[in-house]
Write a protein that binds this ligand. Structure first.
Ligand SMILES: Cc1ncc(COP(=O)(O)O)c(C=O)c1O
Length: 383
């Protein structure tokens, strides 16, 4: 008898980041596809990790994270976003934003629920919704400005809508939510039971003098929101996979019910190190936007003479480039071509849309040293 295995995610293949990174390696291309920085994790932070490992902080920490890290995050939340949250029952440390998203969606989505996503949507949202028996309903963000369309949200909400997933600054478009956006959203969902999941992993990478409008800044929305962030993007430490979830007590209780069985707890020495570093060096995250704005400006300046069209991104470390002046190939084909023939790997953004967008746009990660950006831009300008 042949064993029958019915897939729970039959439409899911290898994700695009793995495919493009593998292609970049195979063709020795400059890898501007996957979103990871080429900068060193700050040395004092690494020293703190060594210190705590050597001092024997290597056993299971508490399921919700060590107290000092949660206290530091509560202090930071009060200072930056003006919201008082309890370290004891509103903050949970998790295994990267990825686990936070998994546990959050699993905690609140049940069979038959609808979950509204804005496309291009980060790749894990929909599969997690589906694993929980929910149905993803998509609203596209479209060029040139990729703004959230609140009227379309109003029209998309049904009695089955359980959750709206937001991401600001938005990967890959760089779109950011404004205070007015938050007021409009609050007004739309005021008389419903709809919850918000806000993915804010790029909270410290926002440009041109904007301040990040966390859902936590908005008292009414924060009462019904799970906010997810990650230390990976902020401390050039994406491989550590440490993030956190901030949510009101009743939602945190549900979040922890799932979190404890997904991962239970998160690497001990890193938590101690991050707690100290948050306390000692707040300037690190406060200066991160300026650091990345310079990278964005360098990359955009280098591409001025190219045939790509673009608007400098408003946040994240991704720049979209429109290649419609060059070819009408699909973005998947053109991304492969660029990797193979030009030696620069990128991400085709159509894979993050339910409906193929009309645009011809690729995403490039500029979290790289200037020499790499120069080399990549030189190749792109030769097209
Ligand atoms: C929008 C968004 N959410 C979540 C994640 C996952 O973060 P982590 O590596 O902390 O799991 C990423 C990583 O690229 C991301 O871009």
């Amino acid at each position: 008898m042949t064993m029958q295995i019915s897939s729970k995610l039959p439409h899911v293949g290898t994700n695009i980041f793995t495919i493009m990174s593998q292609m970049a390696m195979q063709h020795n291309a400059i890898n501007l596809s996957q979103g990871f920085p080429s900068f060193a994790t700050p040395e004092p932070l690494r020293e703190l990790v060594y210190h705590y490992m050597n001092e024997g902080f290597n056993q299971y920490p508490p399921m919700m994270g060590i107290p000092k890290l949660r206290q530091q995050l509560a202090a930071k939340t009060a200072q930056l976003y003006g919201r008082t949250v309890s370290p004891d029952n509103e903050i949970t440390i998790c295994t990267g934003a990825s686990e936070g998203l998994f546990s959050a969606i699993s905690a609140v989505v049940s069979a038959g629920d609808e979950v509204i996503l804005f496309d291009p949507a980060f790749d894990c949202y929909q599969p997690i919704v589906e694993l929980n028996g929910g149905r993803a309903v998509h609203i596209p963000l479209t060029s040139p400005d990729y703004r959230f369309d609140w009227q379309q949200l109003r029209d998309t909400i049904t009695p089955k809508t359980r959750l709206i997933i937001l991401n600001s600054p938005h990967n890959p478009t760089g779109t950011t939510l404004s205070a007015t956006d938050l007021d409009t959203l609050a007004e739309i969902i005021r008389d419903s039971n709809i919850l918000i999941l806000s993915d804010e992993v790029y909270e410290h990478i926002i440009f041109d003098g904007q301040t990040h409008q966390s859902i936590l800044c908005h008292a009414e929305l924060a009462e019904r929101a799970l906010v997810i962030s990650s230390f990976g993007k902020t401390y050039h430490a994406t491989g550590w996979k440490i993030g956190y979830c901030i949510a009101p007590p009743a939602l945190t209780t549900e979040f922890r019910r799932i979190h404890q069985f997904v991962t239970f707890s998160v690497m001990t020495p890193m938590q101690y190190a991050l707690a100290d570093f948050l306390e000692q060096s707040p300037e690190y995250y406060l200066n991160l936007s300026a650091f990345y704005q310079q990278k964005r400006d360098t990359f955009c300046y280098l591409l001025e003479e190219s045939r790509f069209k673009f608007t400098p991104t408003q946040g994240t470390f991704f720049q979209l480039l429109d290649y419609s002046n060059i070819t009408d190939q699909s973005d998947v084909e053109y991304a492969r071509y660029l990797t193979r023939e030009v030696g620069v790997a990128s991400i085709p953004i159509s894979v993050f849309y339910e409906q193929l967008p009309q645009e011809h746009v690729l995403r490039f990660c500029f979290a790289k040293d200037d020499a790499t950006l120069q080399k990549a831009a030189r190749r792109l300008c030769e097209i």
